[in-house]
Design a protein around this ligand. Sequence first.
Ligand code: F6P
Length: 323
Amino acid sequence: MRRISVLTSGGDASGMNAAIRAVVRTSLDNAWEVFGVRRGYAGLIAGDFIALGARDVGGIIQLGGTMLGTGRCHEFETDDGRAQALRNLRQKEIDALIVIGGDGSQHGSCLLSQTGFPVVGIASTIDNDLYGSEITIGVDTALNIALESIDRLKVTASSHRRAFLVEVMGRDCGYLALMAGITGGAEVVVIPEVEVQPEQVAKELRGAYERGKAHAIAVVAEGARYNARALSAYFQEHQERLGFELRVTTLGHVQRGGAPGAFDRLLATRFGVAAVRQVETNECGVLVGLLKGKVAATPLMDVMSNRKALDSQLFEVSRILAQ
Ligand code: F6P
């Protein structure tokens, strides 16, 4: 019998609960014992373990957030922090750890795995910036939440013939903004990967009215040089010359709190099952993600030493479709 533990780390993403549930129930099916770690790496350092049975993960597949709690833990970046976490894992006689999280969290998994402790990561972040998975847990739900907001803003924008700017999350990655822009029918998209000047944004918004549109929407990534704050300051300063006002909506954490859709529940479930299989076959030190539509494992070292590139053709698509 093995003893396995699971934690969620970094920003919560809708579907994390589905992944926990899959890890727990697949492990139980192997007749293993499962322990959840509360509050991510902070809980690992504090030795905050909780035994999990099949009923403990009942009624959570449809819930956003994470039943285990999560956090960003700077102490785990230190040698002392990780040494304490390892002591706790050994004292509890844990054989392997599954880490559900994004970039920063998998950096932690990689460091822990380098000590020789068996770790398997599960790709989970709304930012979709993790190498080793073309889509990560939480992206689809966050995108749908952004889309719902954009659709609503379009209604009021059309009624008033107003220009709106919507800022979406994504840290340094423009994936969410670009996809929200394409699927929400934005007039212009501003992302960190492609610099667009404020004058160009103004030109695109004005152009929408000139082409007979009743609304003009710009979708902006929080990590872009000209994000909501920078653009709204520019528009205020030049309002008279530009000839129109801009209303600004920053979606922020609203995008993280939704109930996971079918896509994220299924993706998280598949990842959770696959992570346990990696432990079963002693193939740890990897990230479980989706590659070419199939669940696949990538060495954590490769995940950390590569950057996932945004498909630049899609930026062109957003421009073409904004006519
Ligand atoms: O990584 C997920 C994310 O939501 C990013 O999009 C965002 O920049 C960041 O987390 C916000 O972090 P916090 O929840 O710590 O404020």
